[in-house]
Design a protein around this ligand. Structure first.
Ligand SMILES: NC(=O)C1=CN([C@@H]2O[C@H](COP(=O)(O)OP(=O)(O)OC[C@H]3O[C@@H](n4cnc5c(N)ncnc54)[C@H](OP(=O)(O)O)[C@@H]3O)[C@@H](O)[C@H]2O)C=CC1
Ligand SMILES: O=C(O)C1=N[C@H](C(=O)O)C[C@H](O)C1
Length: 268
């Protein structure tokens, strides 16, 4: 039985993860962590998530529960995740990281920690998005040199980072397929006298509105036709199930950096 801890337990993803762990075979929630100043400390994690009492009280300090879990699932904020990563590295604990919004330097810290402990780090844990990444690679190879490529994403009003981690990963996949460096060709929004479009660029557009769970479209537009590849998430459970699957999958690894493509055996 895989013993799983969830940090950010009271968050949108935290609560959905607690529900998903309850539905998974071979996994059990054994620890739940929130901020030390949270008013929810001591509350039952199952009751908080709306799935009934689980007998797991929310604590405010990850180090307090290190003996209680095998793998930590972290969907919080980059600053928090990097602190948790260091605690897990030192304690030899596996991690599943769903947090987005890291800088390139921060991503390097995750790679380095994964030399010592096993980590699955993915901007999107849904099966559909990971299939979409494969479709994008093919579309870019077939149409990319002729087409203008634009990535449009929409999320709920509470999201704090932009563009989404998924949109950025889509951009990386397309850029890599075309031999371009995303850091050099990305254009994040346009305003004013922009001039005509540079053919090599990959544009990003962000929408933040209401309760949108997560929509992503990659547009390949030539003179005469357009291909649009779209994924729409309608429930956070799709991300949570993928993260729990990753936590169980990691049991077979004692170190290394993986993503959802590895978990789904989609890696070339
Ligand atoms: N990879 C994927 O498939 C997905 C990734 N995400 C990403 O997951 C992250 C979280 O998203 P979401 O659940 O919507 O956000 P929420 O704000 O709802 O949840 C984040 C939770 O983490 C808590 N938190 C923040 N800092 C700490 C800390 N130091 N210690 C303990 N808890 C902490 C927050 O507490 P407080 O409210 O008090 O700040 C909150 O409860 C984002 O980066 C998002 O982009 C989201 C969905 C899917
Ligand atoms: O913050 C969210 O909600 C989501 N974030 C992830 C991202 O930034 O790509 C994944 C998903 O789209 C939901």
């Amino acid at each position: 039985m895989r013993r799983i801890a969830v940090i950010g337990a009271a968050g949108r993803m935290g609560k959905t993860l607690i529900e998903a762990i309850g539905q998974a075979e071979g996994a059990r929630l054994t620890a739940a962590i929130e901020r030390p100043e949270s008013s929810l400390l001591g509350a039952d994690a199952g009751e908080l998530a709306g799935v009934g009492r689980l007998g797991v009280a929310i604590v405010g300090d990850l180090t307090q529960v290190l003996d209680d879990f095998d793998v930590l699932i972290d969907f919080t904020h980059p600053t928090s995740t990097l602190v948790n990563l260091e605690i897990c590295r030192t304690a030899g604990k596996a991690m599943v990281i769903g947090t987005t919004g890291f800088s390139e330097e921060e991503k390097q810290l995750i790679s380095r920690a994964a030399e010592q402990v096993p980590v699955v780090f993915a901007p999107n844990f849904s099966v559909g998005v990971n299939l979409t990444l494969k479709l994008l690679d093919m579309a870019a190879r077939v149409m990319g040199d002729e087409a203008d490529i634009e990535i449009i994403e929409a999320h709920h009003r509470h999201k704090v980072d932009a563009p989404s981690g998924t949109a950025l990963r889509m951009g990386e996949v397309v850029a890599q397929a075309l031999g371009r460096d995303l850091q050099k060709v990305a254009v994040y929004g346009r305003e004013g006298q922009t001039g005509a479009r540079d053919r090599q660029t990959i544009g990003f557009a962000t929408v933040r509105a209401g309760d949108v769970v997560g929509d992503h479209t990659v547009l390949f537009a030539t003179e005469g036709e357009r291909v649009e590849i779209t994924h729409k998430a309608s429930s956070r459970m799709t991300f949570a199930k993928g993260a729990v699957r990753s936590a169980i999958w990691l049991a077979a690894h004692d170190r290394g950096l993986f993503d959802m493509q590895d978990v789904l055996s989609l890696r070339d």
